[in-house]
Design a protein around this ligand. Structure first.
Ligand code: KG4
Ligand code: ZN
Length: 334
């Protein structure tokens, strides 16, 4: 079975063609990030307008790259992100997907963006072992998910305030770095001293929840007090504190549950400290670490196609009255 997938939940307009064996036939991504940089974050109206002009050409390119006829493609289903995300962005992708499905006489299926991220490691590692624990960290979400099989998720914990990527972006903004701040801080941290600033490690309790808001405030306070501290040292200290909190919770899962692997997903999975930390943690428990390539960590439509094919097979097609759900929790997908 072949899916055309469309993803427009934030600032990336993406389309991909994926089959049931999770082979990616094509994957196209157009970002409107350059339009948002001057504002220090994604401007929802600009993102929506960009999707409207870009989605058609991106879908066409994905179909052509996959060797399909862009006017009557031999696909079986149209998969589309229907939440969570920016409402104006989601509506463009969802409307486009419905239009294609109607025009071509194909079924369509609405996909949860977070479930899409959870399928990303599967696209590159076909022989995953279950159950596995996935740390899903992006600009909008941070959670630890126990996956008993494809599409079978148990959310163990999540952030009680900011998402990890959001904390990166806010601290970067405070430091005067361009948006998105995650890659900038990661790059600077490589040459900094992680012990330069004394930062608190939040959420040391027994649960699996996170908190990054206090850490962000602590960075602001510390840099106000110590105005001459090098940018690279701030970046390294902050990065170490984020990684320590995330890895501490992951370690607790590995100690308490019989998991066969550890996966990273979401945009922050591109972070070098986290990738090294998860590899080392998994090795110390004798299980594999599944680290998607950078292009599979950040938003893309291939992961939406994979999740969409699974949902289509288990739950069937969506109906044409499906609405976008900007706050659709992962726990509601099952
Ligand atoms: O998954 P994603 O592409 O979009 C959302 O669904 O949110 O994640 C984007 C987030 C941004 O906050 C960005 O700063 C962060 O991922 N990010 C990073 C790195 N690369 C991207 N954070 C830390 N280190 C990185 N190398
Ligand atoms: Zn995402």
């Amino acid at each position: 079975m072949l899916a055309l997938a469309i993803e427009t939940s934030c600032d990336d307009t993406a389309a991909a063609v994926v089959d049931t064996d999770l082979h990616v036939h094509s994957s196209v991504i157009e970002s409107s990030i350059d339009q948002h940089r001057a504002f220090g974050g994604v401007v929802p109206e600009l993102a929506g307008r960009a999707h409207l002009t870009t989605v058609g050409p991106v879908v066409r390119r994905a179909l052509l790259d996959a060797g399909l006829d862009p006017h009557a493609p031999a696909i079986d289903v149209v998969a589309v992100t229907s939440g969570p995300g920016l409402i104006g962005s989601l509506l463009i992708g969802l409307s486009a997907a419905k239009a294609y499905a109607l025009a071509w006489g194909k079924p369509f299926v609405g996909v949860n963006h977070l479930e899409g991220h959870l399928f990303a490691p599967l696209l590159e590692q076909p022989n995953l072992e279950w159950p596995m624990v996935t740390l899903l960290v992006s600009g909008g979400h941070s959670m630890i998910v126990l996956q008993h099989g494809p599409g079978q998720h148990e959310v163990l914990g999540e952030t009680i305030d900011d998402a990890a990527g959001e904390a990166y972006d806010k601290v970067a903004r405070w430091l005067g770095l361009p948006y998105p701040g995650g890659p900038e801080i990661d790059r600077l941290a490589a040459t900094g001293d992680a012990k330069a600033l004394k930062l608190p490690v939040s959420m040391t309790g027994e649960d699996f929840d996170f908190s990054f808001s206090g850490l962000k405030t602590a960075v602001v306070r510390a840099t106000e007090k110590q105005a001459d501290v090098a940018l690279a040292d701030v970046a390294a200290s902050f990065q170490a504190a984020v990684a320590e909190q995330l890895l501490r919770k992951l370690r607790r899962v590995l100690e308490g549950r019989d998991v066969k692997g550890v996966a990273l997903a979401g945009g922050v999975a591109a972070n070098s400290a986290l990738r090294v930390g998860v590899s080392e943690l998994a090795a110390s428990f004798g299980v594999p670490a599944y680290l998607p390539t950078l292009k599979m960590c950040t938003d893309n439509a291939a992961m939406i196609g994979a999740a969409g094919l699974y949902r289509f097979a288990t739950d069937g097609a969506s109906t044409f009255d499906l609405s976008a759900r900007p706050n659709w929790p992962l726990a509601d997908v099952l």
